[in-house]
Design a binder for this molecule. Sequence first.
Ligand code: NI
Length: 256
Amino acid sequence: MNFIDSHAHLDLPEFKKDIYDVICRAKESGIENIITIGIGVQECKTAMRIAENYPSVYAAIGIHPHNAKSLDLKTLDFLENNVKTKKVVALGEMGLDFFRNHSSKEDQIRAFRAQLDLAKSVKLPVIIHDRDAHDETLSILKEEKAGLIGGVIHCFSGDAEMAFKCIDMGFYISIPGTVTFKNSKEQIEVARKIPIEKILIETDSPFLSPVPYRGKRNEPLYVKYVAEEIAKIKNIQLEDVARTTVANTKKLFSLT
Ligand code: NI
């Protein structure tokens, strides 16, 4: 049985010591591919290097809403010049985070729109971060006609109604390890209601470890626990979750 971890941050210091082991043990346990996601220029460079070095890893490059204030013309040039690099499969992560507000709302919105523009011009899918900014994220995706390129709402934290709005716009919904927490009622309901054909699975490593590793460093191998939980919630076979989410991810990111 194979799986894909659609969202990990392998470039972060938490993996510095044992990235080779982390990627190998994932691969050996059926994690066919990992998409590693950049959040700033330096991180994107590392993500691209990791993707070059490991056949099973692909990269996405973008500026995280936390770093939105750093997005200037030079940064946009960097993204534009690297987006056609072999193994870069998407732009992101980008979006809005009104929970932490590490960058001002204005900067976040500006950086989000600029990156959506770029994605449309190069025709690549986008990886969206939305925390405590559901309405604003939806309206910007709509106004910018992001459905033309499509993408995924990563670590989805909205309700089922919002999930269906995103799906109608042409987006996938990515479910992280928090779905294994008993108190994640809304996320469990979303996983139950939306069709498996619209679901991706992710770890967001090194963050958000699923049960039974809650509180420890997360790694791509643990995406299996997300798949198992979704199978349980939807009352379907784990094989079906594996096969369908792999197909969904390959289709979205045009993986070969
Ligand atoms: Ni992330």
